[in-house]
Every structure is written in structure tokens, then in C-alpha cells.
Design a binder for this molecule. Structure first.
Ligand SMILES: [Ca+2]
Ligand SMILES: [Ca+2]
Length: 166
């Protein structure tokens, strides 16, 4: 490869490989905490819209290991909100929890006491919540997807596109 072209591409890729100012970087992803309260469907849609502003595919947060759970718990603990939607949901098949990002069945989980309990037969969306008297220390809760809550978006830290010229 032409060395100048290589340098130009490297610079270009580097520019893309970072999180916007109000996003938080953790491993291979950027996270964004909303201040607005939305239904699960609207939260998901808004994440996608926000991501497009940066040319990336954003969705609700995929909390797929203990490290990510701990990192996000520390982040949300600095806000005034006690509940944030994440991407886990069992909308398609009751009891089969999948991530909105990939459609893959969840493997890691951090459910709070007696969760998920699908109360009233109508709890298909997951949030992380703080309710110490009930044992929720940013544990997961399933709740109606129509509940309006703050939410966590995620998008890739680096997404390499072909340079667009002109
Ligand atoms: Ca359910
Ligand atoms: Ca529940």
C-alpha cells in the first residue's frame, strides 16, 4: 500500500475510533445515559437515531459480562435516576431473554431477587434498578415495556467505514 494512503487511512480510522463527548468508553463500546424517560420501544428507537448522528449502529446496552455490569452500575450510580432500560427483553418468546443488539439469547445475567417474574403476565423488558430495601443494587428487573424509564444506549467504539470522498 502506498505509504501516504496508509497514513491517511490510519488517521481517518483513528478519528472514528473514539466515543463522542457525552458518551462513556468501556472496552469495545461507547455508552450513553439518557436523561429522558421513554418506553422500551421508544428508547430503542432513540438510541438508533442518536447513533446515526455518528454514523454508527447504536442500540440499548448489552450487559453481557460482570465487568460491563459493574462498569455501568458505577456510571448510573452517579445520576439521579434509579432505573435504566438495557437491551434484554423476552418480547418474542415469553421466558426467552435476548439482546436487542444481536437477537442472541442472554448468557450472563444480573437479575434481582425473584426476577424475572413476568408479573401480571406482562413484563417483557429489562432495566437495571436501585431499590436497596428490596435488594436491588443495580440488579436487573423485568417490567412492562410501556413503563417510561431512562435508558442506556451503546454503540461500537470503532466502526471502520470506507472513506467517503466528495
Ligand atoms: Ca416476560
Ligand atoms: Ca418483574
Amino acid at each position: 500500500m502506498n505509504i501516504l494512503l496508509f497514513i491517511a487511512f490510519t488517521v481517518f480510522a483513528t478519528v472514528l475510533a473514539r466515543c463522542p463527548a457525552d458518551w462513556n468508553h468501556y472496552n469495545d463500546r461507547c455508552f450513553f445515559l439518557s436523561r429522558d424517560n421513554e418506553t422500551f420501544a421508544d428508547a430503542l428507537k432513540l438510541c438508533e437515531v442518536i447513533g446515526k448522528q455518528y454514523g454508527r449502529v447504536a442500540t440499548l446496552a448489552t450487559v453481557d459480562d460482570a465487568g460491563t455490569q459493574k462498569h455501568l452500575a458505577n456510571l448510573v450510580a452517579q445520576t439521579n435516576s434509579v432505573e435504566f432500560y438495557i437491551g434484554a427483553n423476552d418480547i418474542v418468546h415469553e421466558g426467552t431473554w435476548v439482546w436487542s443488539s444481536s437477537g442472541q439469547t442472554i448468557t450472563y445475567n444480573h437479575w434481582g431477587p425473584t426476577q424475572p417474574n413476568n408479573r401480571g403476565g406482562a413484563e417483557n423488558c429489562a432495566a437495571i434498578t436501585y431499590d436497596a430495601p428490596y435488594g436491588f443494587l443495580w440488579h436487573w428487573v423485568d417490567e412492562p415495556c410501556t413503563f417510561e424509564s431512562t435508558y442506556i444506549c451503546e454503540m461500537p467504539f470503532a466502526e471502520v467505514h470506507s472513506p467517503v470522498v466528495g
